[in-house]
Ligand binder design. Structure first.
Ligand code: SF4
Ligand code: SF4
Length: 181
């Protein structure tokens, strides 16, 4: 299937303010309660999201999680006008509780899509306000604190650069899986 058709299909199924079948946060992070390694699909993913969504066995950490896009829509805050849906951006941002940190998790199947979206000014505003930012991309965790560094990361394939320099993945448990889209 061509990229244009895939994009059209993604757009068709996106309902503003909902997960709309996105499962990025069920794929990228490690989830200890499920013994799920990072960059690996949770065993409970189904076509519409989570097969155990309403079941008791669904871990608390899943029920309590909201990416920044979903939070912005639930709270009705202005960010909702600039943040793209994670299915659209191939990435989601979230703020670990009381961390003073913003984390961007990038879909390894579409690692460049977020760079052309409202996520860039959104992240830049956080860095400008003094927040630290971590970018989690294809097995690497890149911490950064300056707008210049963010600009470099947007301009270049920094994962490819790290690989060319022989830097190993710095995310424990990363097995190199690329998600089907
Ligand atoms: S990343 Fe956001 S939109 Fe996607 S499944 Fe998680 S909470 Fe929902
Ligand atoms: S249990 Fe459900 S919500 Fe939690 S990671 Fe798995 S699919 Fe996602």
């Amino acid at each position: 299937m061509g990229e244009a058709k895939r994009r059209t299909n993604r757009q068709k199924r996106i309902v503003v303010g909902t997960c709309s079948g996105c499962t990025l946060c069920c794929f990228i992070p490690a989830i200890e309660d499920l013994q799920k390694p990072p960059f690996s699909p949770c065993q409970h993913i189904c076509d519409v999201g989570c097969v155990i969504h309403d079941a008791e066995e669904r871990p608390e950490v899943c029920g309590g999680f909201r990416c920044r896009y979903i939070q912005a829509h639930e709270r009705g805050i202005d960010e909702r006008h600039i943040l793209p849906h994670p299915l659209e951006a191939g990435a989601y941002a979230f703020e670990p509780l009381d961390s003073g940190l913003m984390v961007l998790c990038v879909d390894p199947a579409r690692p460049y899509a977020w760079k052309k979206t409202g996520l860039v000014p959104f992240l830049a505003a956080f860095v400008e306000a003094g927040f630290a930012l971590n970018i989690v991309d294809r097995g690497y965790n890149f911490p950064l604190r300056t707008l210049d560094h963010l600009g470099e990361i947007v301009a270049r394939d920094y994962v490819q650069g790290a690989r060319l320099m022989g830097k190993p993945s710095n995310i424990p448990g990363y097995a190199g899986t690329v998600r089907e889209v």
